[in-house]
Design a protein around this ligand. Structure first.
Ligand SMILES: [Cu+2]
Length: 68
């Protein structure tokens, strides 16, 4: 398992945090996610044999937010 920090633009309230968290959690292989609006980032733990950062970023983008 690896832990990566993802910068995410566009989160403005707790609803956004929940949406981003849900989007990332829905990716197969993601074990844990902690979204922080103030820091504009998400700390994601995932199995690198199952998924990768690009897949996780795509899920964030699909939810309407901009991963950097
Ligand atoms: Cu919001």
């Amino acid at each position: 398992m690896v832990e990566k920090t993802l910068k995410i633009e566009g989160m403005t309230c707790n609803h956004c945090v929940l949406r981003v968290g849900r989007a990332i959690t829905s990716v197969k292989g993601v074990v844990e996610v902690d979204v922080n609006m103030e820091k504009r980032e998400a700390v994601v733990n995932f199995e690198e044999s199952v998924t990768d950062l690009e897949t996780i970023k795509a899920a964030v983008r699909e939810a309407g937010y901009e991963p950097l």
